[in-house]
Design a protein around this ligand. Sequence first.
Ligand SMILES: Nc1nc2c(ncn2[C@@H]2O[C@H](COP(=O)(O)OP(=O)(O)OP(=O)(O)O)[C@@H](O)[C@H]2O)c(=O)[nH]1
Ligand SMILES: [Mg+2]
Length: 195
Amino acid sequence: MTMINYAKKEIICKIVFYGPGLCGKTTNLKFIYGKIGPQYKGKMIALATEQERTLFFDFLPLDFGKIKNFNTKFQLYTVPGQAYYTNSRKIILKGADGVVFVADSQIDRFNENKESLKDMAVNLREQGLDIRKIPLVMQWNKRDLPNIVSVQQLEEVINFRKVPSFEAVAVKGIGVFETLKTIIKLVFKSLGEDD
Ligand SMILES: Nc1nc2c(ncn2[C@@H]2O[C@H](COP(=O)(O)OP(=O)(O)OP(=O)(O)O)[C@@H](O)[C@H]2O)c(=O)[nH]1
Ligand SMILES: [Mg+2]
């Protein structure tokens, strides 16, 4: 549900980064925040525990200029990945225009990726959104680590829709902007389809 403010001539799109605990969602947002020029971004809000785990959400507003005379803003959110924050995840998905699913490539996190994807499907449905239709991009993160599963395996098991996907090392920024640009493109495309 894109918010269009005709009086202010503003379009606001919401993109949510979803994925299991510690997969690197907040790291993506921090990298984006660090690289984007000050004129394009608002204040990043990160609510974290002492151990840097996201407590409720991270939020980063981005301003990408005008489309057909409307200012276009993107709000990037991350959900807290830890299992017991399921209510927060539900709330944060409300009104999402697009989702980035960040998977942790490590072998011993493979099941967590699968669980998180299922959890996302359920939580989207509760918000009236369909995981088979919403603009979606997948990111295979932590490709720098040893003991990781093959990209082929991630594609087969996690990328059930064959959406665009990117290998990433979010701590180094590898794959981060490719992921962001692609989800933005898909969200724009879906806005066009609504017309
Ligand atoms: N080696 C490596 N570490 C990474 C990468 N991306 C993130 N990390 C590390 O993984 C840890 C967790 O990253 P976060 O971005 O906080 O994870 P999160 O998905 O936001 O976690 P929650 O908020 O608990 O859901 C941090 O120590 C990051 O530095 C990566 O590509 N490679
Ligand atoms: Mg986080």
